[in-house]
Write a protein of this length. Structure first.
Length: 174
């Protein structure tokens, strides 16, 4: 089984994924980092080829990871918006929606200039609110588990997720 951490940019998927790897015997993978390593900066991919091309790269990556086991996968904020990706990931995994309030995300992302979806001319708060309105119902629908992150440390969030895994497996160790 794999764990897939999804949610908005800035929610802490990477940090929590690393914490889960440190706490238990999961191998952490970040899809955005793998794409950067193989194809270059995401902002350049968006600028040169567009969002659809980037989303296709994500799907190819998901296909290569879906049959592995024991992974904790931090996915880009838009990866689970594509049904094909969700079906592949759910085939051998549990999707965990890390949910944060708008105020938390704005605080974390207000100075971020590297994220293409924030480069629209809108204020950071307006853009994140717009994305949350569209994405939150989808994240909630595809998630096996929803974990609220506001006011919690990455360590606390990782512990909460691992307790959900243990409960799912009837108390057995992974």
């Amino acid at each position: 089984m794999n764990l897939i951490l999804c949610g908005m940019m800035g929610v802490g998927k990477t940090t929590v994924g690393i914490k889960i790897e440190e706490k238990d015997c999961w191998r952490w993978i970040d899809t955005d980092a793998l794409i950067v390593e193989k194809y270059g900066e995401i902002s350049q991919i968006f600028a040169q080829y567009g969002e659809k091309y980037f989303r296709d790269l994500e799907t190819e990556l998901v296909k290569s990871l879906a049959n592995e086991d024991g992974l904790v996968i931090s996915v880009g904020g838009g990866l689970v918006l594509k049904e094909e990706n969700c079906a592949l990931l759910k085939g051998n995994g549990k999707i965990v929606f890390l949910r944060a309030a708008l105020s938390t995300l704005v605080q974390r992302l207000r100075l971020d200039t590297a994220r293409p979806l924030l480069q629209t001319g809108q204020s950071t708060q307006e853009r994140i609110a717009e994305l949350l309105e569209v994405r939150t119902p989808i994240y909630e629908r595809v998630a096996d588990w929803v974990v609220d992150v506001d006011g919690k440390t990455p360590d606390e969030i990782a512990t909460e997720i691992l307790s959900l895994v243990k409960k799912e497996k009837g108390g057995e160790e992974k």
